[in-house]
Design a protein around this ligand. Structure first.
Ligand SMILES: C[S@@+](CC[C@H](N)C(=O)[O-])C[C@H]1O[C@@H](n2cnc3c(N)ncnc32)[C@H](O)[C@@H]1O
Length: 163
């Protein structure tokens, strides 16, 4: 999704709550995000879970893979970037441009029929996508089979924050 009428000077996505995200090009984020800022949401959820280098992470409903790139660069994990609408070839191009193509694997997958082994992942993260497929009462029970015992499922969805 391309946001028109922004100049480089107009774009300020700096947020002191998200220091890691601040180092990414705001234009790149705005040009590729499909809803909320996926880097902020990913940085926020990663403060709550323990990722270690080399871990296997499923980025479920990754869209254009910005969160997948962020996970690889910031936490040095391996990422399976799975999405239904965005073609893996398009995401692979982005992963190559970001130089993370050796650790981020683009996959076309429907979240309701995932092509993975049970207990394959150390963590499953789902950024601004769960509402598209996870509202069935039984879905979380289905999803948790793909995470190792003691692993993590981190879901971020749009909402309002009371201050
Ligand atoms: C609002 S976009 C968010 C994309 C990305 N996570 C981000 O934050 O930029 C929602 C994503 O959910 C994905 N999605 C919707 N239904 C899906 C399904 N059944 N399986 C996998 N992905 C799905 C879409 O392909 C889309 O990329």
């Amino acid at each position: 999704m391309k946001m028109a009428n922004y100049t480089d000077q107009d774009i300020t996505l700096r947020n002191e709550s998200f220091p890691r995200s601040n180092s990414y090009d705001p234009k790149w984020i705005i040009d590729n995000q499909m809803g909320l800022n996926p880097l902020w949401l990913t940085e926020w959820v990663c403060e709550k879970i323990s990722l270690a280098p080399g871990m296997r992470v499923l980025d479920l409903g990754c869209g254009k893979g910005l969160s997948s790139i962020f996970l690889a660069k910031e936490y040095n994990v391996q990422v399976w970037a799975a999405d239904l609408w965005i073609k893996p070839t398009e995401n692979y191009d982005r992963f190559r441009q970001a130089d993370v193509h050796d650790q981020v694997f683009p996959i076309h997958a429907d979240a309701r029929s995932l092509p993975f082994a049970d207990e394959y992942f150390d963590a499953i993260l789902c950024t601004d996508a769960y509402i598209y497929f996870g509202t069935d009462d039984l879905y979380l029970d289905y999803l948790h089979h793909f995470v190792k015992s003691g692993g993590w499922i981190g879901i971020t969805v749009p909402g309002f924050m009371r201050r």
